[in-house]
Design a binder for this molecule. Structure first.
Ligand SMILES: Nc1ncnc2c1ncn2[C@@H]1O[C@H](COP(=O)(O)OP(=O)(O)OP(=O)(O)O)[C@@H](O)[C@H]1O
Ligand SMILES: *[C@@H]1O[C@H](CO)[C@@H](O)[C@H](O)[C@H]1NC(C)=O
Length: 265
């Protein structure tokens, strides 16, 4: 069955017409992502209405727009439910077709519990709420911030290790203190000995935003290489931040993936 295309000639009938997909989200919550072919236990499951086009249409309708969706779903229970969902949200389904030649689109989504958080206490305040130390997976700060938070003046790797121990005592699980041209120091509860991560010797032109480049790179590795050792992530983030200091500006100095060595990925 095809989607009727005879939109009323009076186009003022709808304020918002969305042409797009309707998807049923099948969301599994698991302690981690399964490897290919592996079966793991999840602890929660939910079915939701999704699909970019439909989401936009529902949001517009909920804000009061007279809305219609142009889409096609399967002649199956997901499709029936979806049409009902549009109706409950006041979206016209006059142009939502149902076909028995294909099933309604589904989006199996796995949400792992390992969505990590990085806390960057910038600008630092001495009376930082203690929850921030305990609730984040990785606490990442520079020399100045480490000093404000711990009272220990940080100008070299030994100082950073002392400040790092104080931050671990405050409840941090992992701490990275960046030291500019000296790289960074990593410490964690399970491996308390400070690990010194040097950065590349480069000709620095403008170090503005190097810290943000470092944190952004770390976030990238945490999200896309969850099994990588934090030490390796820090090493690569240092490499990337050291590229950013070799050009003027903040974001303008941040490298793109294609400009970086393949080994970093
Ligand atoms: N002169 C430099 N040479 C090489 N790498 C550098 C240099 N300065 C900074 N970096 C890299 O950037 C990382 C973060 O730098 P830094 O500790 O200066 O952060 P920051 O003080 O928060 O920076 P900013 O406040 O300027 O954004 C360092 O760990 C290092 O990898
Ligand atoms: C550390 O970051 C703060 C912002 O929180 C900044 O004001 C300060 O200059 C930075 N310190 C160093 C040594 O770059």
């Amino acid at each position: 069955m095809s989607i009727p295309v005879n939109l009323p000639s009076d186009t003022g009938v709808y304020d918002v017409v969305v042409v797009g997909s309707c998807m049923i989200d099948l969301v599994s919550f698991t302690p981690r992502l399964p490897k290919a072919g592996e079966t793991i236990h999840g602890h929660k499951f939910l079915i939701g209405f999704g699909g970019k086009g439909a989401n936009q249409c529902i949001q517009a309708a909920r804000l009061g727009a007279k809305s219609a969706m142009v889409s096609k779903v399967g002649k199956d229970s997901f499709g029936d439910n979806y049409i009902q969902n549009f109706k409950s949200n006041g979206v016209s389904t006059d142009y939502v077709g149902q076909t028995d030649e294909a099933s309604t689109g589904v989006a199996p989504i796995t949400v792992n519990d390992e969505v990590k958080t990085i806390f960057n206490p910038a600008p630092a305040v001495a009376d930082l709420d203690p929850e921030f130390y305990k609730e984040t997976d990785l606490f990442c700060c520079n020399e100045t911030e480490a000093e404000i938070l711990t009272g220990i003046e940080v100008s070299n790797t030994e100082d950073a290790a002392k400040a790092g121990s104080v931050l671990l005592e405050k409840g941090c699980r992992s701490v990275i203190i960046t030291l500019g041209a000296e790289g960074s120091v990593l410490m964690s509860l399970d491996k308390r000995a400070p690990r010194y991560i040097p950065t590349r010797k480069v000709k620095a032109v403008d170090t503005t935003g190097a810290g943000d480049s470092f944190v952004g790179a770390l976030a990238f590795y945490m999200a896309y290489y969850p099994c990588m050792e934090l030490e390796e992530m820090s090493r690569r983030a240092c490499d990337i931040a050291s590229v950013s200091v070799q050009a003027q500006g903040t974001q303008s100095s941040y490298p793109h993936r294609a400009q970086l060595p393949q080994e970093l990925f």
